[in-house]
Design a protein around this ligand. Structure first.
Ligand SMILES: NC(=O)c1ccc[n+]([C@@H]2O[C@H](COP(=O)([O-])OP(=O)(O)OC[C@H]3O[C@@H](n4cnc5c(N)ncnc54)[C@H](OP(=O)(O)O)[C@@H]3O)[C@@H](O)[C@H]2O)c1
Length: 320
């Protein structure tokens, strides 16, 4: 059986996800349907989702071994450079869809199979390593700000836990959209980097100079009360993750008195990814990249993400 190199979950470890990671040979991709094709991966990027998978969140033992990775840019069989939209129709999943690496093999491999309709052209001028950051974290942040957050002219945004992949995307995109952006981080060095991106950096829990119209929440329990307190009347608190716990205490008096909206969101649509790619190419917005690691040393990329020290995205170069 033909084989390729891949990084995959071979077991689960809730406390030490890196112990559940294997790098080695896996069978070449197969096509569950006729409209699937195989893409040669050129660049991919890590998401917190990959660590959740290694912890056993969202994957069952019967799905092991599972090749990880949601994001990729690559070359299709006709030689076109393509960005992969990672949400795949999945009958049997309660959502009707799944993200690559949940039911179908992910992108941390030499090659990945996807439905042909999941391929978008790589815009001219956007490097593969930059575009590989966009399909999950940046798409999520784009939808949080626009479709779900409905951020409007003259409005302001608070981003919690601003060192993360989704959070740095929300800061950079919020600034590029011309909004007043505030961002919290526990780390002084990250706060300095946030300031360089054009946002006002704050310690977690600090009082803001104004109440904001949109809050970008991916942290959860550790920051949610501050998100509620920082929200202006009619504000939208948009939640796409809960890295620090998914059962925060919610002061409902604040929710109804300030007429707040708490909105859940996941990923985005293919049209939103097309919009985001065009926005980045047109406005020369580039992803915040923490580091680029060669595919041959992908374990180092996982260790970097797990360290909690990242500022922006950890990218994997499959051509190095
Ligand atoms: N629903 C979706 O479609 C979707 C898509 C992408 C991501 N997500 C979710 O969104 C979350 C973030 O993902 P990511 O890839 O951006 O992760 P990440 O890069 O690992 O970022 C996590 C950030 O959360 C902050 N944080 C972690 N623990 C904290 C704590 N105890 N108190 C305060 N801040 C804390 C940190 O910010 P500081 O160090 O700056 O404080 C950290 O940089 C994950 O839970 C992920 O599963 C969801």
């Amino acid at each position: 059986m033909p084989i390729m190199r891949a990084a995959f979950a071979s077991s689960f470890d809730a406390d030490n996800p890196l112990a559940a990671l294997s790098v080695g040979d896996r069978p070449e991709p197969t096509h569950p349907q006729d409209d699937w094709i195989t893409v040669q991966v050129r660049a991919s990027s890590l998401n917190h989702h990959d660590l959740w998978s290694l912890r056993g969140v969202g994957l069952g033992p019967d799905q092991l071994p599972m090749i990880l990775g949601c994001d990729a840019v690559g070359t299709d069989p006709d030689g076109n450079e393509v960005v992969i939209y990672p949400v795949v129709p999945t009958p049997g999943d309660p959502r009707g869809v799944s993200i690559l690496s949940e039911h179908f093999a992910g992108t941390f491999a030499e090659r990945v199979a996807v439905p042909r309709m999941n391929l978008l052209p790589l815009p001219t001028g956007l490097a593969a390593t930059d575009a590989a950051c966009l399909p999950t974290a940046w798409l999520t942040a784009w939808r949080m700000l626009t479709t779900r957050g409905r951020v409007d002219e003259g409005e302001s945004v608070l981003v919690q836990g601003a060192g993360g992949g989704v959070a740095t995307a929300a800061v950079a995109l919020g600034v590029a959209l011309g909004k007043r952006v505030y961002a919290t981080s526990r780390d002084a060095a990250k706060r300095e980097r946030i300031t360089e991106l054009g946002a006002t950096a704050l310690q977690p829990g600090a009082r803001l100079p104004e109440r904001v119209d949109v809050v970008i929440e991916t942290v959860g329990a550790a920051t949610f009360d501050h998100s509620l307190k920082s929200a202006a009347p009619m504000a939208r608190i948009v939640v796409s993750g809960a890295t620090a716990g998914y059962e925060p205490k919610v002061n409902l008096r604040r929710v109804f008195a300030m007429q707040l909206e708490i909105l859940g969101t996941s990923m985005g649509t293919p049209d939103e990814l097309t919009e985001l790619l065009a926005f980045c190419a047109e406005h020369e917005v580039r992803p915040v990249v923490d580091s680029v690691v060669p595919f041959g040393r992908i374990e180092e990329a996982f260790a970097r993400l797990a360290s909690g020290e990242v500022f922006g995205k950890v990218v994997v170069d499959h051509t190095a």
